[in-house]
Ligand binder design. Structure first.
Ligand code: BGC
Length: 750
């Protein structure tokens, strides 16, 4: 029961330690402000408006140079040739009146040349250090070409496997996304933006884009203030506090207002409430698209709405340069807003050191695919793989095998295992599972390869015969299935998320051989697999694992590495469960006890015979695998939950500790998770919320106490009046291996 005495919160304290350390260096802030003001005072209106224009380099050099000279363009995206970058920079620096340098931007999403697992895969590592290391490598490689701004991390909370961009997210949970978002920003930006290997990060897409209706890209979003604040905005707040330099507005509308024109989202939340002083950039043509949304009547109207809502940079809508001066004359936009936007852009250019050092040093020996980069990518791929089923078939013992069958369209798909949002990584550098297996074990066992299907959507069964022959002549079958990279990513949504093409049929035929089958999937989303799962002995799931996916998977299959990935999403049984997430509300009719399913309803059963609770007759109430779940080659036991107190005050904290023991035979990592439930709220609260996690490594037989500190203020949440509050009352907590298990304790917030 709640008592009175609601406390109004200033900040959710759980992320405070991370928020303290700003990654964007503030040390020369005053000096920079002075330089910015001096420069701004010299600028004409045209020069100012030019800084707000971002254009793509997809044009010929003379055309671009002409635009820079004529319209004082502020930033360019998608140029990756360092020579061209320097030449364009020379035009800006030497051939315009004030010589303001350009910033070159690129979507460096999960690696530049060395490609890491897609962000959703990285999230499965539950390891901020791994994620930060990957972003650092990406920054070093990208910055070596002159790119100083990336449009990542994507922090859209994603609860729907149909949505193609789920692969670009850190999954469904606000806390995990916050921690990994902060790690990414640190990796990209480093501790000092003027370091030539630092690149600006961009938190995108602000906001609610992951909640698009029916998982269909660009669709509308309807979100209450309470959902926006407690779920969708949280990772953005975390990275703003951590010093992210820029934020990108999303394509979608929220509650009827496209975000490129949404003053509540941009001015109230981002600027006023959070004090964000970095740059807000539109998405590609998102200002212009307000016309299609039916929110702006013309390009000039779109420019007016976006500037008034607070969008600083127009990426490719081409409406600021032609119309802002006219709008100013008509008093439809304010010069102070234009000045503020320019100030913020110039400030970042000074922080990046571009005025002192505008050109990139072109090195003979580029850093791309450096051995240490590949090693970090391999480690990330190892930590990102999630073992979802294993009857003991894995790890494989090479000494007991004579021949291994390698089958399936993803066994040797160097382009597709890289995943979506790869513009610069080259497939020639990819190491596929087939290559890695041959290299590691080709001398010890026979590796029989027959893809069976040429690519993931292939429906031609002519390769089945050879694949089956290969299967029959081997001791174990490794089936590499999944999705090509083009089946996920922007605008690549699917309503059917089963294995595409004839993969299900091939797998079914292969299983009939009676040989043990290990299914390895690489995909951009969870793949609906529950019908095929009984056919296989083990299931190792990977979101597209990147350049070093092959060696990582090989190490895992043969026990050189131990799986430790945990799901950053709830893995659906069926696509019809979407949107699916563990931190849902309880409803007035939560499902309890034995449920009647479509297969056991008696004939002509009465209308009210089913208990009338909230579940699907054909999919039940649970996902196939819960958020946070993942198996290992060992087992872990959780025992002896202790709370330092069962009473907590708003300004106090308590500690929850439990003993975790490795009860198996191999050393392995385990991610221990803390969940909390606020039992009664003035706004209904989720059945569980992840509040913290620790990834530990335990030797066989080793026990370790794992402790979590719960600060009273970490229990704050927003109500429907958009006010952050802390309500006294009873709470449950769980220290758990995943979101559907754990040792439960109780405490009371005074
Ligand atoms: C995407 C953004 C991306 C931008 C620039 C848009 O289509 O939504 O995420 O950063 O293009 O390439």
């Amino acid at each position: 029961m709640k008592k009175g005495g609601v406390v109004f919160c200033m900040c959710a304290a759980i992320l405070l330690s991370a928020c303290d350390k700003k990654t964007v260096s503030e040390k020369d802030s005053d000096a920079i402000d002075h330089k910015v003001e001096k420069l701004l005072s010299k600028m004409t209106l045209e020069e100012k408006i030019g800084q707000l224009d971002q254009i793509t380099s997809a044009g010929n050099f003379d055309e671009l140079a002409g635009r820079i000279k004529g319209y004082f363009v502020g930033s360019i995206l998608n140029e990756t040739n360092p020579q061209v970058i320097n030449d364009l920079q020379r035009v800006a620096v030497e051939e315009t009146r004030l010589g303001i340098p350009l910033i070159f931007a690129r979507d460096v999403i999960h690696g530049f040349k060395t490609i890491f697992p897609v962000p959703l895969g990285q999230a499965a590592s539950w390891n901020p250090e791994t994620v930060e290391a990957g972003a650092r490598v990406a920054a070093v490689e990208a910055a070596s070409t002159g790119i100083r701004w990336t449009f990542a991390p994507m922090l859209d909370i994603s609860r729907d496997a149909r949505w193609g961009r789920i692969m670009e997210s850190f999954g469904e949970d606000p806390h995990l996304s916050s921690i990994l978002g902060i790690a990414t920003v640190k990796g990209f930006q480093g501790s000092d933006l003027s370091d030539p290997t630092a690149i600006l990060a961009c938190a995108k897409h602000f906001v609610g884009y992951g909640a698009v209706e029916s998982g269909k890209d660009y669709n509308i979003t309807i979100l209450s203030t309470e959902q926006l604040r407690n779920v969708y905005l949280r990772p953005f707040k975390a990275v703003v506090d951590a010093g992210v330099g820029t934020v990108m507005v999303s394509f979608n509308e929220v509650n009827g207002i496209p975000n490129s024109g949404n003053g509540y989202i941009l001015r109230k939340v981002l600027r006023d409430d959070w004090g964000f002083d970095g740059v807000i950039v539109s998405d590609w043509n998102s200002i212009g698209e307000m016309i299609n949304h039916g929110y702006a009547e013309s390009p000039v109207h779109a420019a007016e709405i976006a500037m008034n809502a607070g969008v600083d940079i127009d990426m490719e809508s081409h409406v600021y340069t032609p119309f802002l001066a006219q709008l100013l004359k008509e008093k439809k936009v304010k010069v102070s807003d234009i000045d503020d936007a320019v100030r913020r852009i110039l400030k970042l250019k000074f922080k990046l050191g571009l005025f002192e050092n505008p050109y990139v040093e072109i090195k003979e020996d580029p850093v791309f695919y450096a051995p240490e980069h590949l090693e970090i990518a391999k480690q990330a791929a190892i930590e990102s793989a999630i073992l979802l089923k294993n009857d003991g078939t894995l790890p494989l013992d090479v000494s007991s095998l004579n021949a291994v069958a390698v089958i399936g369209p993803m066994a040797d798909a160097p382009h597709d295992q890289l995943g979506s949002w790869v513009f610069d990584g080259e497939k020639a550098h990819t190491v596929t599972p087939l290559t890695a297996l041959r290299e590691a074990f080709g001398e010890q066992v026979k590796i029989h390869y027959a893809a069976g299907l040429a690519y993931s959507r292939d429906t031609d069964r002519k390769g089945f015969t050879t694949a089956l022959a290969v299967a029959r002549s081997s001791d174990v079958i490794l089936f590499f299935g999944g999705e090509e990279s083009i089946l996920s990513g922007e605008a690549h949504c699917r309503a059917d998320i089963t294995l595409p093409g004839a993969q299900k049929e091939l797998l079914t035929e292969i299983a009939k051989t009676g040989k043990p089958v290990v299914l390895v999937v690489m995909a951009g989303r969870a793949i609906e697999i529950y019908k095929e799962l009984p056919l296989v002995n083990a299931y190792l799931f990977n979101f597209h694992p990147g350049t070093m996916g092959g060696p990582a998977i090989t190490d895992l299959l043969f026990g050189k590495a131990v799986p430790s990935g945990k799901l950053p999403i709830s893995y659906p049984k069926m696509v019809g469960q979407s949107p699916l997430y563990y931190n849902h509300k309880n409803t007035g009719r939560p499902p309890v006890g034995e449920l009647q399913t479509i297969d056991n309803i008696p004939l002509e059963a009465g209308q009210v015979s089913l208990g009338n609770t909230s579940y699907f007759l054909d999919a039940g109430k649970d996902p196939l695998f819960p958020f946070g779940f993942g198996l290992s080659y060992t087992t872990f036991e959780y025992n002896d939950l202790q709370l330092s107190s069962t009473e907590l005050t708003a300004d106090g904290s308590l500690t929850a500790t439990c003993m975790v023991t490795n009860t198996g035979a191999v050393a392995a990592a385990e991610t221990v998770q803390l969940y909390i439930r606020d039992k009664v709220g003035s706004v209904t609260r989720p059945v569980r919320e992840l509040k913290d996690f620790h990834k530990i490594v335990l030797q066989p037989g080793e026990s370790q106490p794992v402790s979590f500190t719960i600060a009273g203020r970490s229990l704050c949440f927003y109500n429907h009046e958009d006010v952050e509050i802390l309500e006294p009352g009873d709470y449950s907590l769980w220290i758990a291996p995943h979101s559907a298990a754990g040792l439960e304790g109780e405490f009371r917030l005074q």
